[in-house]
Write a protein that binds this ligand. Sequence first.
Ligand code: CA
Length: 229
Amino acid sequence: MSKVLILEDDQQVAQLLQIALEQKGHTAIWADTGEEALAHLPHADLLALDLGLPDVDGVQFLNRVREIRPRLPVLVLTAKGDEQTKVYCLEIGADDYMTKPFSVLEFVARVNALLRRAYGAPKIKIHGLQLDEEGYRASLDGKPLKLSKTEFALLRTLASAPGRVWSRNELLEAVWGIDFDGTDRVVDVYINMLRKKLGDDSRDPRFIETMVGVGYRMREPKPQNPTPT
Ligand code: CA
């Protein structure tokens, strides 16, 4: 959905963030030097910026970013949790700020909040289906579709990354949250309810494919009908 540029010299941290973002349907580009990040800057929708970098000063880099992309949402990551650094970052144009160590889930939530603030709630269009985050509105071939909040979240999760195979556990975590303590059977139950509402045939699906022994995925659109981002 969105391109998130991560400037972070710690490969392990970068990879965790990358995986978490991609699970939510974003494209994550990792740069470990300022120079590399600058090359990707024109195409980025958001920058996650580690302030402690070996080759450039993070704060100077942020100033440079502001010259090139004045309105790009920037989420600063830093080891320094002091009030002074925080205030300074916000003053020189960071939009949000997280102190390490932080939860990856919170990171993704903050990224999404910044993206929504900057570009509005995303609309997903695929296979005649339209999902509007604002108000949980959904329609199919132009006709409104009545979905519960959970059904909407499940459909949005699948539709936000067409072609990506989700295990039941991954869907549980993405839709029901890590605190959910039921069984993963609930995923199958909800997939069946969704299929009914979508009029989808599991043997010849227009939308949701069963990956036997693995989980589910949203069918990829045909190349001549690309998904708008
Ligand atoms: Ca660092």
